[in-house]
Design a protein around this ligand. Structure first.
Ligand code: GDP
Length: 531
């Protein structure tokens, strides 16, 4: 990340586009809700969930999501906080949806990592963190649930440093713990923040303090806690690095805030941190060149496609991250893959839980474009330039199953449903060269259930997944003649994905090694760039 870039136009410079990552239960939903509350996007805490539940009753698929307590689909929300515009992109929390999460993280410039103060770094935290690291995303850390018994502050910081190999700099320091927790000291602004336990939605009282020797501290902090707090701060200053914005922007250092999302404590400080230190819309990479946010021409890429978001409209919404320019409703853009013009007449911005028509948007924003299936993940939209954004991968599935329509007369419907999910990125769908039917590939087993449930709901089509003779899939690439030769002698192992690309299927891992050894002219890929 560069700090010495040309100054961005103010509308772009005020944008912060980020995701929140966490292990399930650490408090991501609660924190998101408080963000929306302080961003004025909702009036009352509890609204997001209440609304979500009202919607969820509409289909069994959604019910399943609710029962399992997972959020299957990501969405984006925009709101203002102070003079910043926040674009918060929601990531699905369950490990079975990691590919979706990965793609979501290609659309953001930063991430907030939420950890539970009693549990520290958990398995899913680590996985998601690694994905952020692949992209060198700057990360702000929020240590949540400080109102409960939690680990020692140094222990938490050490664990993050050691487990995730990143420098941790305390932005705030908690005072007391569990029942004795009274608040935190804001080390970046020399303020004391006192938590109000009586009113969960009330923002902490903030008291300006003139350094740690200020006698005012004793007016608010009980003597025993104050003593311990002073000692800890002294140690922290000796042992822990000071905040370095460049290092943070490069992804080497994470500032950490201690708080309690449910008590609205520490949340505004975290939001301030995102505004003050968080990255402006960053340059995006395309195969042809790098695109800077301040460029005048509008460019963007699709990182997610979601079908049937609104049961009343059987449309799909393509989520587009604007990489550059100032977008206005009604603009004609070029859909680079098909080279066709696309009049974007009804784009949506996602304000809290409701959709709203977007009259304009700037680089860094996420807009939704309703369409009938022409927009796919990885597609570029420009004002005419040919661009292929890179870094939006598709992963080889780790689980394969055959799928059959409960009613054989409805095989065509099944094909249509499967293609839709393939285009959404919800599953890989392979059509074997020999034989009938389809093979569906996913990253996590739960996805089969979700798919079966959605096909039944959205297409009134009961389906059966059954074991497949194959367990692994690899994309085959190479010179056309070489690939064709390979196909001809391996027909029983060949299938085509929904883009028509050649896939090698096998049940044995060593088969892949053998093909790689015997065919140095070919490449067997576990990922495919979507562009
Ligand atoms: P998610 O799974 O990460 O989205 O987590 P949720 O936001 O749904 O929170 C999980 C549980 O922790 C819920 O029961 C919350 O009410 C609770 N929770 C969230 N924040 C806090 C907090 O600051 N303190 C306490 N004690 N509980 C919290």
């Amino acid at each position: 990340m560069l700090d010495n870039r040309p100054t961005l136009p103010p509308e772009i410079a005020r944008r912060r586009t980020f995701a929140i990552i966490s292990h399930p239960d650490a408090g991501k939903t609660t924190l998101t809700e408080k963000f929306l509350l302080f961003g004025g996007a909702i009036q009352m805490a509890g609204q997001v969930r209440a609304k979500g539940e009202a919607r969820r009753t509409r289909s069994d698929f959604m019910k399943m999501e609710q029962e399992r307590g997972i959020s299957v689909s990501a969405s984006a929300m925009s709101f203002d906080f102070r003079h910043y515009r926040f674009n918060l992109v929601d990531t699905p929390g369950h490990s079975d949806f990691s590919e979706d999460t990965y793609r979501t993280l290609t659309a953001v410039d930063a991430a907030i990592m939420v950890i539970d103060g009693a549990k520290g770094v958990e398995s899913q935290t680590r996985k998601l963190f690694e994905v952020c690291r692949l992209r060198d995303l700057p990360i702000l850390t929020f240590c949540n649930k400080m109102d409960r018994e939690s680990r020692d502050t140094f222990e938490i910081i050490d664990e993050i440093q050691e487990n995730l190999a990143i420098d941790v700099c305390p932005a705030s320091w908690p005072i007391g713990m569990g029942r004795e927790f009274i608040g935190a000291y804001d080390l970046l602004h020399d303020r004391l923040e006192i938590m109000d336990r009586a009113d969960r939605n009330k923002v902490a009282e903030s008291i300006a303090i003139n350094g740690l020797d200020d006698p005012k501290l004793a007016d608010h902090v009980p003597a025993d806690l104050l003593q311990k707090f002073r000692e800890e701060i002294e140690m922290a200053r000796e042992l822990l690095p000071a905040f370095n914005r460049q290092s943070f922007l490069e992804g080497h250092m994470t500032p950490i805030w201690f708080g309690s999302a449910i008590n609205s404590f520490g949340v505004k400080e975290l939001m301030d941190g995102m505004g003050e230190f968080g990255p402006e819309p960053q340059p995006q990479k395309a195969a042809e060149r790098q695109i800077s946010a301040e460029e005048e021409a509008v460019t963007g890429f699709v990182f997610k496609v979601q079908a049937n978001m609104d049961p009343k409209h059987r449309d799909r919404v393509a989520f587009v991250r604007l990489a550059s320019g100032h977008f206005e409703r009604g603009m004609k853009l070029t859909h680079v893959r098909t080279k066709k013009p696309l009049a974007v007449s009804n784009p949506v911005l996602f304000l809290a839980a409701d959709r709203e028509l977007a009259e304009e948007a700037w680089a860094g924003d996420i807009i939704g474009i309703p369409n009938h299936g022409q927009l796919r993940i990885g597609d570029a939209l420009t004002e005419g330039e040919t661009l292929h954004f890179t870094g939006i991968p598709s992963f080889a599935p780790e689980l394969l199953q055959g799928v059959r329509a409960g009613d054989p007369m409805k095989a065509k419907h099944l094909e249509k449903a499967l293609m839709q999910f393939a285009e959404e990125g919800a599953a890989k769908v392979f059509k074997p060269m020999i034989g009938s039917g389809f093979i569906v590939g996913v990253v996590g087993a739960l996805q089969f259930e979700v798919l079966a449930s959605r096909i039944e709901q959205e297409y009134s089509l009961p389906v059966r997944f059954e074991p497949s003779q194959f367990t692994s899939a690899r994309w085959v690439s190479g010179a056309k003649a070489d690939v064709e030769k390979f196909i001809n002698v391996n027909k029983g192992h060949i299938a085509y994905d929904h883009d028509g690309d050649v896939v090698y299927l096998t049940r044995l891992k060593w088969d892949i090694d053998r093909v790689e050894r015997d065919h140095p002219e070919l490449k067997l890929g576990a990922t495919k760039e979507m562009m």
